[in-house]
Design a protein around this ligand. Sequence first.
Ligand code: NAD
Length: 331
Amino acid sequence: MPGYITTFPSRNVLITGGLGFIGSNLARRLTDLGARVTVLDSLIPEYGGKLFNLDGYQDRIKVNIADMRDEYSMDYLVRGQDFIFNLAGQVSHIDSMRDPYVDLDINCRSQLSILEACRKHNPRVRIVYSGTRQIYGKPQYLPVDEKHPIDPVDVNGVNKMAGEWYHLVYQRAYGLRATSLRLTNTYGPRMRVVDARQTFLGIWIRRAIEGEDILVYGDGQQKRDFTFVDDAVEALLLTAAREEAIGQIYNLGGDEAISLRDLADQLIALNGGGAFRLVPFPAELKAIDIGDYYGDYGKIKNELGWAPKVKLYEGLRRTLDYYRQHRVEYW
Ligand SMILES: NC(=O)c1ccc[n+]([C@@H]2O[C@H](COP(=O)([O-])OP(=O)(O)OC[C@H]3O[C@@H](n4cnc5c(N)ncnc54)[C@H](O)[C@@H]3O)[C@@H](O)[C@H]2O)c1
């Protein structure tokens, strides 16, 4: 039985970005655990938020459609919360290069707003921030651990780095009970599949189901690691429940590093058909590509006992099943 099982019943929990991919999976799980969940989401159409992500839970989760950029909403919403999972963000790397100011507003300024609101109105809240491996940039060694230099290759990476460090500064300077998890490529039911804004795997899944070729950029030899969303949710819950995680940063990771070519092959096999095509990198993506990446999650494994449980083939199978069943909601 997970160590957090007694932590959440009847506790007040706010999830920013809670209609999005990871946030909605977390909201559902916390509700099942007996928490009183409020989600905050602005439902910006280019991002991953969807009301359908909470299908079946609408009567048990409070939904507040508000924008984190609005400081007054934040002042109100943080009050009385025992836990905040701070997942709202602009997640597209390309969009952050095309419109750096929006990324700055959401991934930096809004993070300060929520932290200021907590400092003034709820200084004892436990807050977990969703950081990203993107802040490491092109790996200097593999697997990448938390001591790897921070060297982001895009505006999103710079701003997510600042968002994370605001949390840590507020922890050190004001005693706010914050932790950051650096997520790697996360996938599973409720991810965005209309385009590659959130993850290329989303559009791959959609194309595979539709019988269209999957487009793999470059030679397809780049390696990545993947976390199934249930494992990411598990890490978020475990981290929030553990006092010794306060002030810490932890990498998440996957059970294997796999080349994009092999990933495409695996997806096609599970799909029962399809094909992939190697195509040249679009120039604007090449400029921010990081080559091979896979992370070392030894710190969270040793300190909190987290490790990914869902194997890649099993996670891909469950994801394909979900979108075959619900494609009308996501296409
Ligand atoms: N999915 C991944 O692979 C991955 C990897 C690393 C880090 N992360 C981080 O995890 C978090 C969640 O990502 P996700 O994949 O679920 O993306 P997502 O787009 O599905 O979820 C983010 C949610 O935040 C909401 N949001 C954005 N700006 C907002 C604002 N100003 N006010 C209120 N709501 C706002 C969006 O509407 C969306 O529902 C993000 O912070 C992201 O940086 C995700």
